[in-house]
Design a protein around this ligand. Structure first.
Ligand code: GLU
Length: 451
């Protein structure tokens, strides 16, 4: 006999989750947002309640935590902590990046892994969700120190991952250099050349466009949102935060579509270049950040523009804001400043860059707001395409991969509109992404039984 289950209220659900996961504040934040979007949908679709999908989807399938000892250039032993959250494998192998940053902890990686489940589902590709990383700080470390750390990290991680099990990639602090060292160690220990990591170099199994994909994809998504208002990025003033991989290729694509990017930042402050960051100036940023590994302040010195230490760029007047740095980098006050200065579109290249209060302000003012799990899905989407190419032992051209990326971002947008359109016509992309990402995973979980 089946009984009709009443879905718990958002508060009941969150109280229980919080008591089981004390201190994991970013995880609570990410789950709360999804629960708020989903509860009305669950009322209309009670089979998800009966199957306790919400309870199951917010509990990782497996968490690995391990010691990562390594020796620095002075010969001193260092100890870091390594993690891999294997969140959900209902629709494919666990898939998601590794973050190396001193702030990394269990709560942050669980929020990222949780978001990844929905994001990966939205891409239309068969990928489950995972995330991992370490509190290791690659800043100021020599290449050899980074290599020794990566080798030690992979010596443990290689026991748990594989091309059909769990496929890590990059995130903050993990780029081409780190993926190279991690891949080399995996290959050496396991004696196999497989697509176990994505974001590899193009000569050794990587996909073209993977470095560009998150930034390009976010710009394609913003353009899709603007198109719904018969508008586009052409002629728009754009503020971008961050100056890493995502920010760099965001700038490149905005320039290509005729917009003007006037800010970039790092954890020390932001630069404001009213003439636009383009051409040779963008090449300078790429060299500064990817090779020299210096601070964005050097841009201000070189091009004689304003630098604001310990500040974020949201006070600069813009039409479009593309946060591309890290979580919770736009608070309520900054969201209100964006609205008051005429910003019509916020599209997130970073994961969860807006606080819940900031998101409420964007939605209340009915601007175009693309949450990270939809807007930045292009990165992992091209990772999915890298997995396909590795499985076939073939590689596609730039044009083929870029066309697929554009198609995927359009599909993600269409899904958000389908599930997020309110009765007055406003598209709530938060609800759209959460419900759209949920349905496929939830149906797969039901089909696979109580596992
Ligand atoms: N770290 C990226 C993200 O947040 C990419 C993950 C991947 O390519 O697996 O989606």
């Amino acid at each position: 006999m089946t009984t009709m289950l009443k879905a718990p209220s958002s508060k009941e659900f969150m109280d229980k989750l919080k008591s089981r996961t004390p201190g994991e504040i970013e995880f609570h934040q990410a789950v709360h947002e999804v629960v708020e979007s989903l509860l009305p949908f669950l009322e209309e679709n009670p089979r998800y309640k009966t199957a306790k999908i919400l309870e199951r989807i917010s509990e990782p399938e497996r968490i690995l935590i391990f010691r990562v000892p390594w020796v620095d250039d002075k010969g001193e032993i260092q100890v870091n902590r390594g993690y891999r959250i294997e969140m959900n494998s209902a629709i494919g192998p666990y898939k998601g990046g590794l973050r190396f940053h001193p702030t990394v902890n269990l709560g942050i990686l669980k929020f990222l892994a949780f978001e990844q489940v929905f994001k990966n589902s939205l891409t239309t590709l068969p990928m489950g969700g995972g995330k991992g990383g370490s509190d290791f700080d690659p800043k100021q470390k020599s290449d050899n120190e980074v290599m020794r750390f990566c080798q030690s990290f992979m010596t443990e991680l290689c026991k748990h991952i594989g091309p059909n099990t769990d496929v890590p990639a990059g995130d903050i602090g993990v780029g081409g250099r780190e993926i190279g060292y991690l891949f080399g160690q995996y290959k050496r220990i396991r004696n196999e050349f497989t697509g176990v990591l994505t974001g590899k170099g193009a000569e050794w199994g990587g996909s073209v466009i993977r470095p560009e994909a998150t930034g390009y994809g976010n710009v394609y998504f913003a353009e899709e949102m603007l198109n719904t208002k018969n508008d586009s990025l052409k002629g728009k003033i754009v503020t971008v935060s961050g100056s890493g991989n995502v920010a760099q290729f965001t700038v490149e694509k905005v320039n290509e579509l005729g917009g003007k990017v006037v800010t970039l930042s790092d954890s020390s402050g932001f630069i404001h270049d009213p003439d636009g960051i383009d051409g040779e100036k963008l090449t300078f940023v790429m060299r500064l950040k990817n090779i020299k590994r210096g601070r964005i302040e050097e841009y201000a010195k070189k091009y004689n523009v304003a630098y604001y230490p310990n500040a974020r760029p949201w006070g600069v007047k813009c039409d479009v804001a593309l946060p591309s740095a890290t979580q919770n980098e736009i608070n309520a006050e900054e969201a209100q400043i964006l609205i008051d200065s005429g910003c019509i579109c916020v599209s997130e290249g970073a994961n969860m860059p807006s606080t819940p209060e900031a998101v409420d302000i964007f939605i209340k003012n009915e601007i175009l707001y693309g949450p990270g799990k939809a807007a930045n899905a292009g990165g992992v989407a091209v990772s999915g395409l890298e997995m396909s190419q590795n499985a076939m032992r073939l590689s596609w051209t730039r044009e083929e991969v870029d066309n697929q990326l554009q198609r995927i971002m359009k599909d993600v947008h269409t899904t958000c509109v389908k599930y997020g359109k309110s009765s007055n016509g406003y598209v709530n992309y938060v609800n759209g992404a959460n419900i759209g990402g949920f349905v496929k995973v939830a149906n797969a979980m039901i089909a696979q039984g109580i596992v």
